[in-house]
Design a protein around this ligand. Structure first.
Ligand code: NAP
Length: 249
């Protein structure tokens, strides 16, 4: 195990599956203690906890719906009360509810905006006091290529992901002087449950638009997050880490 993040505590929202799980494992492999948040899939969260422990790091699970302000704040508070600090916050929890803008309902709009974007404000706002006190923090938003280029049937998702980029830039400017960096990672299509749920025909069309000819892996995103949180990532702030196989440049 590398020692880059020993003594650091990382809270990863939506860490039970996919990209969040990979971020948790990459940070744990660098020695960080991990707080695994999930909303409903307890078995998956337990299995991530076991994987982290087998890497020699500590982990706890904190259930909570981060689209709900009280629950999101309670997740941060639980992490701080268990380990005394949150040094790294990865705002990863996300959902999509795809419909053309004409068919989209208000509830589908709000569910996606609240889960993907408002959650970033709730957790960041709750974690910043402690980061300022310690003069160190790393905040990462898992945004998306869709927030950069838009997509048919994803106006709610695209708005939430573009909002995460704008939130990242404004917050980065505000907190840089406290030793806190804030970055967005913008993956293209990554092989997780979210992409597995797409019809095969759509997957083939997507692949034909990716110059490198393949989807990304969750591990590639996790490695980028660990880099941004580690000693060599310290001069990145307010950035959009674009990783998409060349689909959008
Ligand atoms: P995924 O496999 O569907 O996993 C979603 C994760 O988020 C799960 O751990 C889920 O917990 C959690 N979650 C969902 N709603 C939540 C809530 N309200 N409160 C707390 N946790 C919640 O998704 P993924 O593909 O890994 O995507 C992760 C993030 O990357 C998302 O923000 C997504 O928009 C973004 N992203 C994905 C791709 C892609 O191609 N896959 C590309 C770019 C960006 P449970 O297990 O308990 O349900």
């Amino acid at each position: 195990m590398s020692e880059n993040l020993t003594e650091k505590v990382a809270l990863v929202t939506g860490a039970s599956r996919g990209i969040g799980r990979a971020c948790a494992l990459s940070l744990a492999a660098e020695g960080a203690t991990i707080v695994i948040n999930y909303v409903s899939n307890q078995d998956a969260a337990e299995s991530v906890k076991s994987e982290i422990e087998s890497l020699g790091s500590q982990a706890v699970i904190v259930q909570g719906d981060v689209s709900n302000e009280d629950q999101a704040r309670a997740v941060v508070a639980a992490a701080e009360s268990k380990f005394g600090q949150v040094d790294i916050l990865v705002n990863n929890a996300g959902v999509n509810r795809d419909k053309t803008v004409q068919r989209l309902t208000g509830d589908q709009w709000r569910e996606v905006i609240d889960t993907n974007l408002s959650s970033c404000f709730y957790t960041t706002n709750a974690a910043l006091d402690g980061m300022r006190e310690r003069g160190f923090g790393r905040i990462i938003q898992i945004s998306s290529i869709i927030g950069q280029m838009g997509n048919l049937g994803q106006s709610n998702y695209a708005a939430s992901k573009a909002g995460m980029i704008a939130f990242t830039k404004s917050t980065a400017k505000e907190v840089a002087r406290f030793g806190i960096t804030v970055n967005a990672v913008c993956p293209g299509f990554v092989e997780t449950d979210m992409v597995a749920a797409l019809p095969e025909e759509i997957k083939q069309t997507l692949l034909s638009n990716i110059p490198l000819g393949r989807f990304g892996t969750a591990e590639e995103v996790g490695a980028t997050v660990a880099f941004l949180c580690g000693p060599n990532g310290g001069w990145y702030t307010g950035s959009q880490m674009t990783m998409n196989g060349g689909q959008y440049m």
